[in-house]
Every structure is written in structure tokens, then in C-alpha cells.
Design a protein around this ligand. Structure first.
Ligand SMILES: [Fe+2]
Ligand SMILES: [Fe+2]
Length: 251
């Protein structure tokens, strides 16, 4: 098995990983890099609509969607830790930090943004270029925080005197990365798209898919999504309805 894919799946039981791999093969929903009909129809049952192409910018933004779900896990973990330290299994936190490392830092940040997006945006005169150095510094700070989370979560249980520093670190990371991803989605990615033009954007969509396959063997997004769902489930965070806000106070 591809090493990055193995890392992404780390912690899943062998049987679980097998099911997950098979599920990914059968439900491929992405055909951005497909160059022939056989590839395009992979995973499409008779009568089922063909999967639509994912553009390079959509790809980056849906990766942010996975990372935002990890941030939500961090945010909810900080709340739960303060209420009852035993309610957060270190293992669940470790899995979320591991996903952030493999999918967010080593793939999305290092292989796509730092190699292709930022260098292009930096060369174009205008406001977006001014963000690049800060975004790079935030990638670096994020990696320090992930190192810390991976080390804290090695213990069998989280010590009560670690709760506050851990909860604060989780919250400050969430705050930083929410701002970071929002600027990328609304300023950086549009600036990059405008700089490279339509035909280059198509070519980059295929390039990104090649990189994803090199990193994860198959569809890294699908694997990361399944992984995220498992983590949410293990922490009791998988019911969307529990996050519906209460009504506002009566006037
Ligand atoms: Fe970034
Ligand atoms: Fe990003």
C-alpha cells in the first residue's frame, strides 16, 4: 500500500481499511484527470449520471471542507475537554491530527499551495500577493501545533493539568486556520485562477489529480472524507442537527 495512504488510514482496523478501500474503488466520484471513456465511466452504474469533472479550484476548496471538519472536531474537543476530560479519547484527537498532517499539511499545503498556487500569486502585482508570506508562516505554525497535538495524544489519557493549555491551543489553531482558509477561498484561489487562465486551469486540474494519486494511491479526498466521518462518529459529533442554533431571545 502507498505510504501516504497507509498513514491516512493509520489506526483503522485491517478489516475496516479493506472495506474502505473497496468502497473507494466502487464509488469514485471524480473524473478530472480521466482521459478515456473507460476511466470516465469507472464506478458508474447503468442509468446513473456520470460523475462531473472537479476543477482545480473546486478541488482545493473541497479539501478545505475536509480540513474545516477537522477544525470543528478540534473546536468541539476543546469544549468537551473542559467539561469532562475523559470524554475525549486521545486516540480520536490523534486521528484528527494525523489526518490534518497527511491530507492538509503534506498534501494540500506542501504539494499544491506551496508548489503551484503561492508562487504564481506572489508574482502577480496586487493585494493577493501580499498575503503569501503570512499564509506560509501560518502553514509553519500549524505544523508546530500538529506536532504538539500528536505528542499530547500519545498518552493513554489526557492529564487534567494539560486540559487548559491543550484546549487553548486547539482554539487558537481553529481561529488561525478558519481565517487562513477563508482568505485562500475568497482572495488567493480566485487570483490564481485569473492569473493562469482557463486552459491552464484544466491542465492544473489534471496535474492535481495526478499528485493526489501519487500521494494516496487512489482518491485521497474520498479516503479522507470517510476517515473524518469515523472520527466525528467516535466523538459523538456526527449528527448535524445537534449543531442547529437555538432560537434567538424573544424581543
Ligand atoms: Fe494554506
Ligand atoms: Fe488551503
Amino acid at each position: 500500500m502507498n505510504e501516504k495512504r497507509r498513514q491516512l488510514l493509520a489506526g483503522i482496523s485491517i478489516a475496516g481499511a479493506g472495506v474502505l478501500l473497496n468502497a473507494c474503488r466502487n464509488t469514485a466520484t471524480r473524473s478530472g484527470g480521466a482521459t478515456n471513456d473507460e476511466n470516465k465511466n469507472e464506478g458508474t452504474a447503468p442509468g446513473e449520471a456520470e460523475p462531473l469533472e472537479v476543477t482545480a479550484t473546486e478541488d482545493l476548496m473541497r479539501e478545505h471542507g475536509i480540513l474545516r471538519r477537522a477544525l470543528l472536531v478540534y473546536q468541539e474537543s476543546a469544549v468537551k475537554l473542559r467539561q469532562d476530560v475523559a470524554s475525549v479519547a486521545p486516540d480520536a484527537l490523534e486521528k484528527a491530527a494525523n489526518l490534518f498532517r497527511v491530507f492538509g499539511e503534506e498534501y494540500h499545503e506542501k504539494k499544491l499551495e506551496e508548489l503551484y498556487i503561492f508562487p504564481t500569486v506572489k508574482k502577480v502585482p496586487g493585494a493577493p500577493a501580499g498575503y503569501v508570506d503570512v499564509l506560509l508562516a501560518q502553514h509553519a505554525r500549524g505544523r508546530e501545533i500538529t506536532d504538539y497535538l500528536l505528542s499530547v495524544s500519545q498518552a493513554d489519557r489526557i492529564a487534567s493539568n494539560s486540559v487548559e493549555p491543550l484546549a487553548k491551543t486547539l482554539e487558537s489553531f481553529v481561529r488561525m486556520y478558519e481565517h487562513h482558509a477563508a482568505i485562500e477561498d475568497t482572495v488567493i484561489f480566485p487570483a490564481w485562477k485569473a492569473a493562469i487562465g482557463a486552459s491552464e486551469l484544466d491542465a492544473m486540474g489534471e496535474k492535481f489529480e495526478e499528485i493526489e494519486h501519487e500521494q494516496f494511491g487512489e482518491d485521497g479526498f474520498e479516503v479522507a472524507l470517510k476517515r473524518m466521518e469515523e472520527i466525528e462518529q467516535s466523538l459523538g459529533l456526527s449528527n448535524l442537527d445537534m449543531f442547529t442554533a437555538p432560537p434567538p431571545p424573544a424581543k
